[in-house]
Design a protein around this ligand. Structure first.
Ligand SMILES: O=c1[nH]c(=O)c2ncn([C@@H]3O[C@H](COP(=O)(O)OP(=O)(O)OP(=O)(O)O)[C@@H](O)[C@H]3O)c2[nH]1
Ligand SMILES: [Mg+2]
Length: 253
């Protein structure tokens, strides 16, 4: 039986954040699979009541997979500021009291509150953290779980127009903010970019999804993997071949 081709692989992105969706779609392009946002299925956003990124990412992925019947990918991410004991953390999207209207206005309110809380702080170290969860189906007992992070400093004023959220306040080692990077550069260095870089080879080995080498972004190595035995990575035994829903290989339930 022929293995399914990449065109038959489908995955739903369990996010309603347009900035994230654009970044994730670009990062997944090398897989050549069909990527659909949960909004295309008119799904309401999942509840995110948990105190950790990993629990919220699992909840979002399960919700999207359950309601679409497709494999799902979720990212739960946020900004963890050292001087604030890791806040806003899982509350990054809702740090300031809720603002009605476009998401950009909530982002602006979050940034104002962050600057206010950082007044007089000399320790300005911060990390963007992304935990990503990929599920083959809603009851998948072997989620692929990866992590990425980006270290920087909280600036004293917003700079730059790119990205979203706290990007204009997040200062990189070279003095630019993340909002002063173009989309490709942000994806190369960001927490989500790092997490996806770890996830892609796992999709190949654990789900049998293969990235065409000619389509991989330059500098991205997709090595012949060995299963991690400890640390962040995967909670997963050796590969189960097939994957995808529409191919002629074995489909997951
Ligand atoms: O400046 C930023 N650059 C980034 O690259 C970034 N990544 C995450 N964040 C912040 O963390 C929240 C995620 O919360 P989050 O994972 O719950 O996502 P979300 O609620 O925005 O959408 P969804 O994916 O849950 O539907 C976001 O809203 C942002 O405030 C970022 N800010
Ligand atoms: Mg959210």
């Amino acid at each position: 039986m022929a293995a399914p081709t990449s065109a038959t692989w489908r995955i739903v992105l369990a996010s309603g954040n347009p900035g994230k969706l654009a970044e994730l779609s670009a990062l997944l392009a090398p897989l050549g699979c069909q990527v659909q946002a949960q909004g295309e299925f008119h799904l309401a956003e999942a509840e995110e009541p948990h105190p950790t990124f990993i629990e919220n990412a699992l909840a979002k992925a399960r919700h999207a997979s359950f309601h679409t019947g497709l494999p799902a990918l979720a990212d739960d991410s946020g900004l963890c500021v050292e001087a604030l004991g890791g806040l806003p953390g899982v509350r990054s999207a809702r740090f300031a009291p809720q603002v009605e209207g476009p998401r950009a206005e909530q982002d602006a309110a979050n940034n104002r509150l962050l600057l206010q809380q950082m007044e007089g702080q000399t320790l300005r170290l911060a990390r963007f953290v992304s935990i990503m969860v990929a599920l083959r189906h809603a009851a998948d007992p072997e989620p692929l779980i990866v992590r990425g992070e980006l270290i920087g400093q909280i600036g004293h004023a917003a700079q730059g127009q790119g990205g979203f959220g706290y990007d204009p306040l997040f200062v990189l080692a070279d003095g630019r903010t993340l909002a002063q990077c173009d989309a490709q550069e942000k994806n190369r260095i960001s927490h989500r970019g790092q997490a996806l870089q770890t996830l892609l080879p796992l999709l190949r080995t654990h789900w049998g999804w293969m990235a065409a080498s000619s389509e991989r972004p330059q500098g991205w190595a997709i090595p012949t993997p060995t299963l991690p035995t400890s640390g962040e990575g995967v909670i997963s035994p050796p590969p189960r071949r097939g994957g995808g829903r529409d191919g002629d290989g074995p489909a997951f339930p």
